[in-house]
Design a protein around this ligand. Structure first.
Ligand SMILES: Cc1cc2nc3c(=O)[nH]c(=O)nc-3n(C[C@H](O)[C@H](O)[C@H](O)COP(=O)(O)O)c2cc1C
Length: 223
């Protein structure tokens, strides 16, 4: 698979087959992903991978926390703005509406939406969950490096026939993650990720997301 095919076939997958992914495959993906560049070669990434019973425990405890004390769990950094301005507001609304309509969920179906949101914490049925952390001493530049690493993970997964879903839904539950995984206090949870084989039959995996073309977001001069 060449890099363009990997880019074009990577999508956020929200229903996986239970087919296991060997630890060696995950380790190989991470070794390759770590070829990502980083300012002064700092390599700010750290990854905690879970499968099997370790993954099930996280799912169980997180879903229980959501049911009883969701507001007690907050992320250590802000991913989204408080105030939504255009064009981000419309883009965000569209992807949400498109996903829920594929699933036959209407705006009024709060319970259905809540259940779909909860699928995040089941890793959408994926056999592997990844958690990405960063040392709290590092600055915003390292977050730029971090994104390159995470994208590499997803593209290399494609080259190995796997799919993924990056997840900002996990950082609020860092206290639960810290209980189950050796994540030190000086590390912050950046995001989670589901990794596994796509369930082609699932309607949510037929979501097609749009992109504005370069002619809308890039300026060229002197060509
Ligand atoms: C850092 C990051 C966090 C995300 N968090 C979630 C999440 O928690 N749950 C989810 O279903 N999708 C999540 N997404 C997926 C986005 O919704 C998706 O990337 C976007 O709609 C574009 O669709 P595509 O990935 O299929 O191209 C996340 C994406 C990124 C990059």
């Amino acid at each position: 698979m060449d890099v363009i095919e990997a880019i074009l076939t990577r999508r956020s997958i929200r229903a996986f087959l239970p087919t296991p992914v060997p630890k060696e495959t995950v380790a190989e993906i991470l070794d390759l992903a770590a070829r990502a560049p980083s300012g002064t070669n700092m390599q700010p990434w750290k990854v905690y991978a879970v499968a099997g019973a370790a993954k099930e425990k996280l799912t169980k405890e997180t879903l229980a926390a959501i049911a009883t004390e969701a507001e007690a769990h907050v992320p250590e950094y802000k991913y989204y703005p408080d105030e939504w301005v255009e064009p981000y507001k419309s883009r965000r609304q569209k992807v949400g509406l498109d996903l829920y309509s594929l699933l036959g969920l209407t705006r009024e179906n709060k319970e259905g939406m809540r259940r779909q949101q909860g699928r995040n914490y089941e890793f959408f049925g994926a056999p592997v969950g990844l958690f990405f952390t960063i040392d709290k001493h590092l600055e915003v530049g390292s977050w730029l490096d971090y994104g390159m690493f995470v994208e590499n993970v997803m593209l290399i997964a494609r080259a190995k026939g796997l799919h993924s879903c990056p997840q900002a839904s996990w950082p609020p539950f860092h206290r639960i993650l810290r209980k189950h995984l050796p994540i030190p206090e000086e590390e912050m949870v950046v995001c989670g990720m589901s990794l596994g084989y796509i369930d082609e039959a699932a309607p949510e995996n037929h979501l097609e997301t749009e992109r504005a073309p370069a002619s809308e977001f890039a300026f060229f001069r002197g060509f």
